[in-house]
Design a protein around this ligand. Structure first.
Ligand code: PGA
Ligand code: ZN
Length: 417
């Protein structure tokens, strides 16, 4: 393996038009690794820090020059001359340099950018596709099945101007088809959904993630009906070829201990909200739930996970790809699956450790894109393949989303040899 020669960061733009970071790592061999970092629109409060400049004269305070400087001057200085293949050691070094619980000093965005770019450089040096390099480097056992797409079809909450209270209505591919087939089926369902929305006189403009974001919906349940109809209209069988997943992102409508469903004029307690959700399990071909309750409402998470039986109840904001919170969730039986976001964790190693922990407990991992600040980097796809994730959550449309599925199809082609 080769030593790190230079580390250089710069500001680039993320999907929402605000800055993010791109990092280039060059090894002594001349081999280069590049990565860019994503961040969320509905970020949870337990995520690692996205260090922003706060200078109102640049990008309304959202510049990342401080993080760039931390990479170029502080992190870079420390990592030069070290072996790029020592991912765990390098990640730990950066975590220790930062010294805070949430990577608030150097910035989770700064640390992650370096962590990802180092992994890419090392993979390139080893002449391996990133997923294979990650498998070798972290002793992960390769599995033959690729993650299935879980695609956001209708979005509301913070990802849209005036849509549902719940954030995401997704179609999850089911069965044993190839990744390319699953992606095609999903996109056909998306087109079928567009026709339904037009028929219903709803807007087909899209939100943050390229999903439809219609206003004027009468309830938070209505989109589920549209999705089931879209699956059928596209020629597929709900519950066989494709099912429904929901990410409520409930922290976003939780205030003063209550859940506020604005479009229905309802203010519910945690217990009432659970009763509101439960009938959906029998009425619809439900594949998974995610963040149906607030990020600190542990008690009700335990209640909901207990009530839904074997269905994955995915923790996103609750666990924030953080090992301590994930272990707590497993111990309490608060969740039985985890959403994986590299920038919540802040290093590649910590992200993969959460995935390993899930596998050891026979629980799903679902690597995910971010809402407003997605980049064109496809690292999360290789990560999903490397750890053997059941699903990846991305899309449906726009370049920074479809590049993830394009990467998955390329990996599939490569694996078929
Ligand atoms: P975010 O949303 O990236 O805006 O946080 C995605 C999600 O909640 O899964
Ligand atoms: Zn979520």
């Amino acid at each position: 393996m080769s030593k790190i020669k230079t580390i250089k960061a710069r500001e680039i733009l993320a999907s929402g038009g605000a800055p993010t970071l791109e990092v280039t790592v060059t090894l002594e061999s001349g081999v280069v690794g590049e990565a860019s970092v994503s961040y969320g629109a509905s970020a949870g409060s337990h995520e690692s820090t996205v260090l922003l400049d706060g200078d109102q004269k640049r990008y309304g305070g959202k510049g990342m020059l401080l993080a760039v400087k931390n990479i170029n001057e502080i992190i870079g200085a420390k990592l030069l001359g070290l072996e790029a293949g020592e991912q765990r050691a390098l990640d730990k070094m950066m975590v220790d340099m930062d010294g805070t619980e949430n990577k608030g000093k150097l910035g989770g965005n700064a640390i992650l950018g370096v962590s990802m770019a180092v992994a890419r450089a090392a993979a390139n040096e080893a002449n391996l596709p990133l997923y294979k390099y990650l498998q070798q480097s972290f002793n992960l056992v390769p599995i033959n099945t690729l993650p299935k797409p879980m695609i956001v079809m209708i979005e509301g909450g913070k990802h849209a101007a005036d849509s549902t209270d719940l954030q995401e209505y997704l179609v999850a591919a089911m069965g044993n088809k190839s990744a390319a087939e699953n992606i095609r089926i999903e996109m056909e369902i998306y087109e079928a959904l567009k026709k339904i929305l037009k028929r219903e006189g709803k807007s087909t403009n899209v939100g943050n993630e390229g999903a439809f974001a219609p206003s004027g919906l009468s309830s938070n349940e209505k989109p589920i009906e549209y999705l089931v109809e879209a699956i059928k209209n596209a020629g597929y069988i709900p519950g066989v070829d494709a099912g429904i997943s929901i990410d409520a992102a409930a922290s976003e409508f939780f205030t003063e201990g209550k859940y506020n469903l604005k479009i229905e004029n309802k203010v519910l307690s945690g217990t009432e909200l659970i009763e509101y959700y439960l009938p959906w399990l029998t009425k619809y071909p439900m594949v998974s739930f995610e963040d149906m309750l607030d990020e600190d409402d542990w008690e009700n998470w335990v209640e909901l996970t207990g009530r839904i039986g074997n269905m994955p109840n995915i923790a996103d904001d609750l666990t924030a790809t953080n090992m301590k919170r994930w272990q707590k969730a497993i111990e309490m039986k608060a969740a039985n699956a985890i959403l994986i976001k590299l920038n919540q964790a802040g290093t590649v190693s910590e992200t993969i450790d959460c995935c390993i922990e899930a596998k050891e407990n026979s629980m799903w991992t679902v690597p995910s894109h971010r809402g407003g600040g997605e980049s064109n980097d496809t690292f999360m796809v290789d990560l999903a393949v490397a750890v053997g994730s059941e699903y990846i959550k991305v899309g449906p449309t726009r370049g920074e989303r479809v590049c993830k599925y394009n990467r998955l199809m390329r990996i599939e082609e490569e694996m078929e040899g």
